[in-house]
Write a protein that binds this ligand. Structure first.
Ligand SMILES: Cc1cc2nc3c(=O)[nH]c(=O)nc-3n(C[C@H](O)[C@H](O)[C@H](O)COP(=O)(O)O)c2cc1C
Length: 248
């Protein structure tokens, strides 16, 4: 365990197991993969997805070979990624807890579907976006398999996605999966601009940003003093100085 300074507070830097890398990288957009093979349909959520190529447009899904979805993709050579919002949170967790080998999960979850444009797999109503793919490649990787899909069609609800996620409304934000039964939503759209100095070194805080930060810190300090936050003054007095302060 290492103690470090983060945002002016003491925090612990801990070592984790190598398999924790998967959860550290997890908060991507959850997709529910739908498949169809000879009239049998299935749906299962995946968190391990990635764009792989712009032109031609390829996306990848990493799926355990034991999943019914892995067989369905191998046999049908196509799949759709349905991007759920919070309205389908329970359905997402349900679809990820049972196998389509044993039951028709789309029926059990009472999910409404509609026809895709280019493939046989059904698309799920009440999602925010849909990506139809033809299977391009199957690459075994460790204990999982990377399914590479060539994107054939993309649709999205315009209020939710217009060249990037709009994040306007809770109900229109995609889900991220943090592991176990914990989900989150991407929040707080930020437009970033940065400057470099004459040596090409990043200026992490310009004069205006510094002034704004110091004003906010002063306001927060006053608010806490007014509230009589227990131990706050003591904590401030004992806090070690930051690297920036030391450098000055
Ligand atoms: C949010 C969520 C994300 C998941 N991501 C993946 C994944 O990326 N790859 C995978 O193989 N399984 C993943 N799973 C597990 C499968 O969805 C789960 O094993 C499911 O029951 C498989 O269904 P199937 O046998 O019908 O394909 C995830 C589960 C949940 C709930």
């Amino acid at each position: 365990m290492y103690i470090l300074q983060y945002n002016g507070a003491n925090m612990n830097r801990r070592l984790y197991h190598p398999t924790d890398a998967r959860r550290i990288l997890n908060p991507g957009t959850v997709a529910i993969i739908t498949t169809n093979w000879r009239g049998e349909t299935n749906a299962a959520p995946v968190a391990w997805t990635a764009p792989l190529s712009m032109e031609p447009p390829f996306v990848g899904c990493v799926i355990h070979p034991g999943r019914h979805t892995a067989d369905m993709i191998r046999f049908s050579e196509e799949f759709a990624l349905n991007i759920p919002g919070p309205r389908l949170l329970k359905e997402t967790a349900f679809l990820g807890s049972y196998s389509g080998k044993d039951e028709n999960k789309i029926e059990a979850a009472q999910l409404e579907t509609f026809k895709s444009f280019k493939i046989e797999a059904p698309l799920l109503e009440h999602c925010l976006a849909w990506v139809e793919c033809g299977l391009r490649d199957v690459i075994p990787i460790g204990d999982h398999t990377l399914f590479v899909g060539e994107v054939l069609q993309v649709q999205a609800i315009e209020e939710a996605y217009a060249e990037n996620w709009q994040l306007k409304d809770h109900s229109l934000k995609p889900l991220s999966f943090l592991g176990g039964s914990i989900y989150a939503q991407v929040d707080n759209l930020q437009n970033v601009e940065f400057e470099t100095d004459e040596h090409g070194v990043l200026i992490s805080e310009n004069a205006e940003e510094r002034e704004r930060r110091e004003e906010n810190e002063a306001l927060e300090h006053d608010a806490r003093l007014k509230e009589g936050d227990e131990g706050y003054e003591e904590m401030e007095l004992n806090a070690p100085s930051t690297n920036a302060e030391q450098a000055e």
